[in-house]
Unconditional design. Structure first.
Length: 147
């Protein structure tokens, strides 16, 4: 006659503990990756917005069209990475008029990146967004023909 050993009450619980702790640790890790990815996208977007707006400004034919071109370029760069019109663009010139040959044109932009998976009611109570700023200095071609 074979005697069977009594089964331990702990048998198989290590797998359950491992899965539970794994999930418990993976949730913050996944959120961290999502948050850092969104912040990196915001940094790329604001950087591209100021660079392209400066280029569009200094290559314009007239100063009136330069501001519209710069704003359009910044908006397009921001929309490309999913930020829409969430940018504030400021352009300042080192001389007057702005398109004087050899003049410096400074483009500055800021975007507020909301942290992912946070509901709107919580955003009203606690500011859960990260402001990102970038600036770019573009130079008008010194050999540009005057109008």
């Amino acid at each position: 006659m074979r005697r069977s050993r009594p089964r331990s009450a702990e048998q198989g619980s290590a797998v359950i503990e491992f899965v539970f702790l794994g999930i418990l640790l993976m949730i913050p890790l996944v959120y961290l990756v999502l948050m850092l990815g969104r912040l990196q996208a915001g940094a790329y977007a604001v950087s591209a917005a100021v660079r392209e707006s400066g280029r569009a400004f200094v290559t314009a034919d007239t100063e009136d069209s330069a501001h519209a071109r710069a704003q359009a370029a910044a908006t397009l760069a921001m929309e490309n990475l999913g930020f829409g019109d969430a940018t504030s663009l400021t352009i300042t010139c080192s001389s007057s008029p702005c398109l004087t040959p050899g003049a410096d044109v400074r483009s500055e932009a800021e975007v507020r990146v909301p942290l992912p998976l946070i509901p709107e009611f919580a955003r009203a109570v606690v500011p859960l967004e990260m402001p990102l700023r970038a600036e770019n200095l573009s130079r008008v071609d010194p050999f540009r023909a005057l109008p």
